[in-house]
Design a protein around this ligand. Sequence first.
Ligand code: HEC
Ligand code: HEC
Length: 289
Amino acid sequence: MAGTPRKDEISGVETTGHKWDDIEELNNPLPRWWLWVFYASVLWAVVYWIAMPAWPGISDYTKGMLGYSQRNVVQNELAAVKASRAEWDQQILNSSLEEIVKDDTLNQYALAAGKAAFGDNCTGCHGSGAQGGKGYPNLNDDHWLWGGSLEEIHTSIAYGIRSTHEDTRVNDMSAFLRDEILEKAEISDVAEYVMSLSGTATDAQAASRGEELFVDNCVACHSEGGLGNRDLGAPNLADSLWLYGGDKATIIQSIAYGRKGVMPTWEARLDPVTIKALSIYVHALGGGE
Ligand code: HEC
Ligand code: HEC
């Protein structure tokens, strides 16, 4: 309720004229400290508008006299990290794989970089622990298709296997059934022979018939006794470790239609430092030679 302001007798303070249920509002000034904080805040806001990016415009915003930008701060931090890395990268680039492995700090740096790059690029095929899967070799063990030295691993990664790179590793096993090199029964026999190499054959007669077929058709790549040949990427067939599988049906499938596992080339996709780091990381997984 509005009334006319008057002096309150008890406090001696002017009233505002507002009155509710006979209670009147006194017109006390705001506390001094409150006012000062208020003025200071107003002043701070004005200073802030001038100094810092503040007002949005139609296509841009006021930049402020200090020119501060969080984006620039992040960019500068990234540039600093990059600069400190560049030094390491340069050392990796200039050192041979053997030299890197012998230098404790460089080796640690390469292993960390290799691990990160492996997670980003390789786990999709080789598995998160590099344990492999059907058609994708396990990289932790010392059974290598193409070789487990630093150089050989580097070649596999850089140029790929049956990849699009002109220096790719390549060797294609024939599809013995589809290409009409062997009959179905012969393939069954040779499969029994392959199984006999790791002691899983069930038909000794078929296996001994298969031996001759193996000598004629398979030894050129898989070597005598099926021990494999790394120069040709031909797996050892006698070690009970299988890339595709060691049951008879899978072995027959491998022989009848051939296998052509493809490992991409990384030369165009990753920089040389990363490929070196990856080679060192894979080499250190357990099977490096
Ligand atoms: C698209 C699937 C795929 C991806 C991705 C892939 N690989 Fe492979 N990798 C393969 C296949 C398949 C083989 C086996 C090729 C063969 O049968 O000879 C292989 C073979 C290899 C070999 C040779 C193994 C041996 O026994 O000689 C190495 C080393 C290797 N990969 C490392 C890597 C690294 C490091 C990466 C990540 C940069 C990677 N691979 C990414 C599919 C892949
Ligand atoms: C021209 C070389 C070559 C010849 C000849 C050849 N292979 Fe192979 N074989 C390979 C290669 C290379 C692989 C691996 C394919 C891959 O990595 O995808 C392979 C893979 C296999 C596998 C799969 C092994 C696994 O671990 O799963 C079997 C089984 C096999 N060969 C049996 C034979 C038999 C039996 C013959 C003869 C009838 C034969 N191969 C002839 C090159 C050859």
